[in-house]
Design a protein around this ligand. Structure first.
Ligand SMILES: Cc1ncc(C[n+]2csc(CCOP(=O)(O)OP(=O)(O)O)c2C)c(N)n1
Length: 348
């Protein structure tokens, strides 16, 4: 029995306008999706050229989920994006060359060559870098929301996690605590239907992961994660509700992971027909069509934008490749926070 609410697609430019999205904003979202995919495609090639250490993950198919949610956040809001959410970093303004530098372990990557290639975030964008253990960032995101509450700040924390991660205990603890305290946090479940090779029927027994929200005392909503405007609309509603003191929401964005778990994996266990079916719902192609139908974006205008993104990324890659490797003698710098100086106690 499903409990969560299902969303509808946004159908017209009027709907988008009602959400506060003008033509420039809509084209900006399209651009952010293109940049996200382009960076990951380049990363894939760099990995195969042996230029990226470790393994390499992409969020192909999840561009609408990442860019749509991030576009609905305010700059002061905070978030904990994961390995499928590169679009969050792009939307919040990290320069593409720095992401490519991060991939290659260079000094100019946000982690300055000191962490895994997708373990990155710029704290000035109010993003917290992920750790590998899933979903260890959920209690962190809830902690951010608790801090906002205690400090009386009208900020919202956005917490991304996967369908596989949803099965672990820390996901339950985070959501339970957030529900009990009605904290300003939005849980975004990137349900890409596979946790490595584990399919949905072996991951959970409810109809939707968003159904679980009811058990924690807040709303759950299932969104087509390939429809950027539906994602934006639900994320905006959830974020502003949290800001007004209405407590958490669980937004489940349903997609299909369009590549292997990481690039070494050919995903032989995902049925070909399923991949073919979801390929027809590619989020970038869908939005491109919407833009041409609803805001009269011409073929020439869209192609020009696409060429601009290609040129930007070619330049970004050159710059990233010229970024130096970190100096081994400085390896330990910037890894741990410097301890704060104890405050002078006036009464002592
Ligand atoms: C606690 C823990 N166990 C195992 C792993 C190894 N691992 C990394 S990603 C992943 C799959 C996670 O699936 P999901 O949460 O659905 O996210 P997805 O990668 O599909 O986006 C696994 C098992 C991990 N990172 N953390």
């Amino acid at each position: 029995m499903a409990i969560a609410r299902d969303t509808e697609s946004l159908s017209s430019s009027l709907d988008a306008e009602q959400l506060g999205l003008d033509r420039a904003g809509l084209l900006g979202m399209y651009r952010d999706m293109l940049v996200t995919r382009g960076i990951e495609e380049r990363g894939h090639i760099l990995y195969k050229q042996g230029k990226i250490p470790g393994s390499f993950y992409t969020g192909r198919g999840n561009e609408a989920g990442a860019v749509g949610v991030a576009s609905a956040m305010q700059p002061e809001d905070a978030g904990t994006p994961l390995h499928r959410d590169m679009g969050v970093h792009v939307t919040r303004g990290v320069e593409p060359w720095r992401i490519l530098a991060q991939y290659m372990g260079r000094e100019d990557g946000p982690a300055r060559g000191r962490d895994g290639n997708v373990h990155m975030a710029l704290i000035e964008q109010n993003l917290v870098a992920m750790v590998s253990h899933l979903p260890a960032m959920m209690p962190v995101a809830v902690g951010l929301a608790l801090a906002f509450r205690i400090r009386n700040e009208r900020r919202v924390s956005v917490c991304w996690y996967g369908d596989g991660a949803a099965a672990r205990g820390d996901a339950h603890e985070a959501m339970n605590f957030a529900g009990v305290r009605r904290l300003p946090v939005v849980f975004v479940c990137d349900n890409n239907q596979y946790a490595y090779s584990t399919p949905p029927q072996l991951e959970y027994a409810c109809a939707n992961l968003a159904d679980r929200a009811a058990a924690y005392g807040f709303d759950g909503v299932v969104v087509d994660g390939t429809d950027i405007l539906a994602v934006y609309s639900e994320a905006k509603r959830a974020i502003e509700k949290a800001r007004q003191g209405g407590g958490p929401t669980l937004v489940e964005c349903v997609t299909l992971r369009m590549e292997g778990h990481a690039v070494h994996d050919n995903a032989f266990y995902v049925p070909r027909e399923l991949l073919d079916e979801w390929a027809k719902r590619d989020p970038i192609a869908r939005f491109r069509l919407w833009l041409s139908e609803h805001v009269q974006a011409s073929e020439a205008e869209l192609s020009e934008l696409e060429e601009q993104v290609k040129a930007l990324l070619a330049e970004a890659q050159k710059r990233a490749e010229s970024s130096p490797a970190p100096d081994p003698s400085e390896l330990e710098q910037g890894v741990y926070a410097e301890p704060e100086q104890p405050q002078e106690n006036a009464d002592a």
